[in-house]
Design a protein around this ligand. Structure first.
Ligand code: PGA
Length: 253
């Protein structure tokens, strides 16, 4: 059985106090509501990682992830944070290839492949994002585009390495826009991506790979999205900043 995962992407939001408050609320609700069969990953900005990790303490099922890591191992790279440093703080996941990083920070597919390597080398689980623009969706080449993103940045991995990767399909036109992909559109893409993974790594590994949906997921649409056979959870932006909404999404399975 592949894992059900709900990851919160806080992006560049929340002060120290706000982050602490949100985390405390989430941890309490998670414990009270007995939803431990879902893996929860909180992905705050870098300075929050360690305090968030401490607040989670030994609560099983909640993990801390970063939103990015360097493609370099260590050394004179001012302003960068390596996978090695993250792992040393108990960080377990890292979001890579988010469309905001591809677009605003010009991260290309080769760079992302190197970041994936760094993450895996230090035991971090990459949550690898892929997705198409509205223009590409309207041109009808969305499946080919998203498959090519996986091929370019992941298909150099060995089967053993690949089996540690989580995929997040995030159509760019749905991120932060309030315009969610329909559950049918998500299912169609997730099934196509799983088929693509199977063509490279075989059915068994493809069947074990969690593929998350991201893009305006909220408590009102999560149930329908997560009800689809190839949708294994969500990468949640805006709705991850409100404890009640985020927990409602976690409970949607
Ligand atoms: P959103 O963001 O839920 O606010 O659309 C999702 C994401 O970018 O990861």
């Amino acid at each position: 059985m592949r894992k059900k995962i709900v990851a919160g992407n806080w992006k560049m939001n929340l002060s120290f106090e706000e982050g602490q408050q949100l985390t405390s609320e989430l941890v309490n609700m998670y414990k009270d509501e007995a939803i431990q069969d879902v893996v929860v990953v909180l992905n705050p900005p870098f300075p929050h990682l360690y305090p968030v990790k401490r607040l989670i303490g030994d609560v099983a099922g909640i993990f801390v992830g970063a939103q990015n890591c360097s493609d370099k191992e260590s050394g004179a790279f001012t302003g960068e944070v390596s996978a090695k440093i993250l792992a040393s703080f108990g960080v377990t996941h890292v979001i890579l290839g988010h469309s905001e990083r591809r677009e605003y920070f010009k991260e290309d597919q080769a760079l992302l492949a190197t970041k994936v390597n760094q993450a895996l080398a230090h035991g971090l689980t990459p949550i690898f994002c892929c997705g198409e623009s509205l223009e590409i969706r309207e041109s009808g080449t969305h499946e080919a585009t998203v498959k090519a993103q996986l091929t370019a940045s992941l298909f150099h991995l060995s089967p053993e390495e690949f089996s540690k990767v989580v995929i997040a399909y995030e159509p760019i036109w749905a991120i932060g826009t309030g315009k969610t992909a329909s559950a049918e559109q998500a299912q169609e893409m997730h099934a196509a991506l799983r088929g693509h993974l199977a063509s490279k790594y075989g059915q068994a590994i493809a069947a074990q790979t969690s593929i998350l949906y991201g893009g305006s997921a909220n408590p009102g649409n999560a149930k329908e999205l997560f009800g689809k056979p190839d949708v294994d959870g969500g990468l949640i932006g805006g709705a991850s900043l409100k404890s009640r909404d985020f927990i409602e999404i976690v409970k949607s399975f």
